[in-house]
Design a protein around this ligand. Structure first.
Ligand SMILES: Nc1ncnc2c1ncn2[C@@H]1O[C@H](COP(=O)(O)OP(=O)(O)OP(=O)(O)O)[C@@H](O)[C@H]1O
Ligand SMILES: [Mg+2]
Length: 256
């Protein structure tokens, strides 16, 4: 059975896209077939796995419209250079307000059914979201079984959680009873900073049992790898961040 996991937070720059790319790639490394579904018009996850992003003025039909119209999604699924990894590329068009509004009006069960049919050949779908809790992240949560919320080990760490947790509850009650919080993921941990340790202590105490044991360290190789369009373990196998994501993938696979 395919498992769909969204990575989301209303807070920008907390490591959502880095998590999507490196978690997806680590699952692939373990032999799982993964579809990366990029729902962020910034399209960083698309370029981060080496797939070209359609130009803003291109006529290319984004997969979101196909999903909405009930057209097959398969023609939009792109191969990547990475074994076991495919991507539904985002396009700057995804931010088009009309598409977002139409998606909000659409029947969530129907959209989920269509997405699930296209995702059948994959073990996991990993969804990347823009830093908001508006239409696109809401859609992602309606399509998903699980949610990972990256929490940056720096100032205002809790800020990213104040709105997403109630949103999950609302979606679970209204449109997607299957949705579960997979876990909070501590990112950009700096062992030399007291603040980083304080955030880890605070979050793990507050969300006991709800935080992944894997903690992602601050590691410049993660940033460099993304700019080269490849996962970090492939860019530099000595990357501590890369191996933290391999560990995260192990935890995710244990969850189901
Ligand atoms: N563990 C890390 N160590 C060092 N740099 C990191 C780490 N994780 C992410 N970064 C860098 O921090 C920046 C923000 O990360 P990323 O793009 O993954 O965040 P995001 O939450 O997806 O951002 P946005 O909200 O804009 O979509 C990027 O430049 C990325 O390369
Ligand atoms: Mg991002």
């Amino acid at each position: 059975m395919t498992r769909a996991i969204t990575v989301a937070s209303q807070k920008g720059g907390v490591g959502k896209t880095t998590t999507v790319i490196n978690l997806a790639a680590s699952l692939c490394l373990a032999g799982r077939k993964v579809l990366l579904m990029d729902l962020d018009p910034q399209a960083n996850a698309t370029s981060g796995v080496g797939v070209e992003v359609p130009a803003a003025d291109s006529d290319e039909f984004p997969y979101l419209s196909a999903l909405l119209n009930g057209d097959p999604l398969e023609p939009f699924i792109c191969e990547t250079e990475h074994e076991n990894l495919w991507v539904l590329p985002s396009s700057p068009e995804a931010s088009d307000l009309r598409v977002v509004r139409d998606l909000e009006d659409a029947d969530a069960d129907e959209l989920r059914q269509r997405m699930r049919e296209a995702a059948e050949p994959f073990d996991y779908v990993i969804l990347d979201c823009p830093p908001s809790l508006a239409g696109l992240p809401t859609l992602a949560l309606e399509l998903s079984d699980g949610l990972i919320v990256p929490v940056q080990c720096e100032y205002y760490a809790m800020e990213g959680l104040s709105q997403i947790l109630p949103l999950v509850k609302k979606i679970k009650n209204n449109t997607n009873p299957e949705l579960e919080i997979e876990g909070l993921l501590l990112t950009m941990f700096s062992p030399d900073l007291d603040l980083s340790h304080d955030v880890v202590d605070q979050i793990t105490e507050f969300f006991e049992g709800g935080t992944f044991s894997s903690v992602i360290p601050r590691d410049v190789l993660l940033a460099e790898a993304t700019s080269h369009g490849c996962p970090a373990f492939q860019y530099d196998c000595e990357s501590k961040g890369a191996w933290a994501y391999v560990e995260l993938a192990r935890e995710v696979m244990e969850n189901g």
